[in-house]
Design a protein around this ligand. Sequence first.
Ligand code: 5GP
Length: 111
Amino acid sequence: MTTIFTKIISGEIPSEKVFENEKIIAIKDIHPKAPIHILIIPKKPIHDLQSLQKEDFHLLGEIVTAAQEIAKKFHVENGYRLVTNNGLKAGQTIFHLHFHFLAGDKMRDLP
Ligand code: 5GP
């Protein structure tokens, strides 16, 4: 299924990239809910966490690696949150697996 993230990954829709390798792209969220709000997205289109197959579990490691790199880049190694919304009831709006990397001054107030 094509989503806005497919178009961002292909470059059809512009984005502010903060990290990229063969498997992963990370971009600034267009509507940040924290001073630092980055979306870490596997390039492979996977609907959500619940449908992630064992053969793709290595992508979770890639996502963690990206989060660690981003934490260093933004100097927030001591305080960040990494979350995914799985499904409509959890607030997922884009059905291409992604993790929210959230950091900044107001961590206690973040969802
Ligand atoms: P979800 O609600 O699916 O967990 O997260 C989707 C996120 O994508 C939201 O935080 C939303 O602000 C972000 N988003 C939606 N459209 C765009 C876009 O075109 N560009 C960027 N950079 N982020 C987007």
